[in-house]
Design a protein around this ligand. Structure first.
Ligand code: SF4
Length: 333
């Protein structure tokens, strides 16, 4: 039976990060305004655990929303110590996210001692001009050095990237993906840049010196990146931002390619690229697709079905248990 993977998120916005990347307002992005105290984390995790069926699962406790290793060592240890009794059975480890310039050998030994298994670095871009314009405060070499150290110490490495950053382009995004693969990443996330309230990017957008990607372009770029990572066996943990309340109700979100079903749009686009190659040999077709891919093949709001209907009189999708990945079969009627 297939093992399901869960991350139990513990958001620690801002407290861990003295930086101000031009796009970042962690409170709005995570929807969490105050980091929990170390003594609160255990009960937070326990209450989350009570909501999931733990059969056939592998669970990790994940500190997100800030730069974990930017915290003073004592606070890192307090957080990590508080959940040590929970790391048993199918709760197999801890995941943290941080910045590349907050990684050093000594810090990694502490993380190891407390069962941290996965370290995710916000690489964002491997282009130094994009990093500079985004106010990241590090260059791409720093990302590569940190990645090498993390791998050498036996952690699973995640390298997150963003698209549509100031000065960015599709070519630069693909080069970032190539370097992420070469750096030996096990996992990645693809985040489109959004204009969030109370950020430097908001000012630039208001002045007209920054334009976010359109939703269409962000979906297009993400679909190419997704295919590239998939081909290189990198696990893609997320495409698109987690929709916090402030993003969903628009109170913190000003502009950019945000969509509640961003991943679905990306997967539909990948299928569209496949389906547009089908030759119009007859008027009617039946398309057999893998069960898991049925909705994506049909497309978001049946977009791919509508697309095919412009070429065929009759189009029917059928889920086929024999097919896997993105295999498909066309019956011409
Ligand atoms: S380093 Fe991360 S948490 Fe800190 S400001 Fe930049 S994006 Fe936000």
């Amino acid at each position: 039976m297939e093992v399901r993977h869960y991350n139990i998120p513990v958001f620690i916005p801002e407290i861990a990060c003295p930086h101000r990347c031009v796009f970042c307002n962690q409170e709005t992005i995570t929807g969490i305004h105050k980091a929990p105290k170390a003594e609160e984390v255990k009960s937070l995790v326990m209450s989350y655990l009570s909501t999931i069926n733990r059969k056939n699962t592998e669970i990790k406790i994940a500190f997100f929303g800030g730069s974990f290793t930017g915290l003073p060592i004592e606070i890192q240890e307090d957080y990590l110590k508080s959940i040590q009794p929970l790391i048993v059975g199918n709760i197999t480890g801890i995941r943290i996210s941080t910045r590349p310039d907050y990684i050093n050998f000594e810090g990694l030994q502490i993380l190891k001692k407390y069962h941290v298994s996965n370290i995710e670095l916000g690489a964002q871009s491997m282009d130094d001009e994009v990093l500079r314009l985004s106010g990241r405060g590090h260059d791409h070499k720093k990302v590569l050095q940190a990645a090498e150290l993390i791998k050498s110490q036996g952690f699973q490495l995640g390298l997150q990237m963003m698209i549509g950053l100031p000065g960015d382009s599709f070519e630069k995004a693909m080069e970032t993906a190539r370097l992420i693969v070469n750096a030996g990443a096990d996992e990645t996330r693809i985040y489109p840049t959004l204009v969030i309230k109370d950020t430097v990017l908001e000012q630039r957008w208001l002045k007209g010196s920054y334009q976010p990607l359109t939703l269409e372009e962000a979906v297009r770029q993400s679909s190419e990146l997704y295919k590239y990572f998939e081909k290189n066996k990198i696990k893609i943990l997320r495409v698109g931002l987690y929709p916090s309340e402030e993003l969903v109700d628009n109170s913190g979100f000003l502009a950019g390619p945000f969509h509640n079903s961003f991943k679905e749009l990306v997967m539909s686009e990948i299928w569209k690229d496949i389906l547009k190659e089908i030759e119009p040999k007859t008027d009617k077709i039946i398309l057999k697709v893998p069960v898991k891919e049925f909705n994506f093949a049909n497309g978001y709001k049946k977009s791919n079905w509508h697309f095919l209907k412009s070429k065929f009189l009759s189009v029917k999708f059928i889920a086929d248990t024999q097919l896997k990945n993105r295999e498909f079969h066309v019956d011409y009627l």
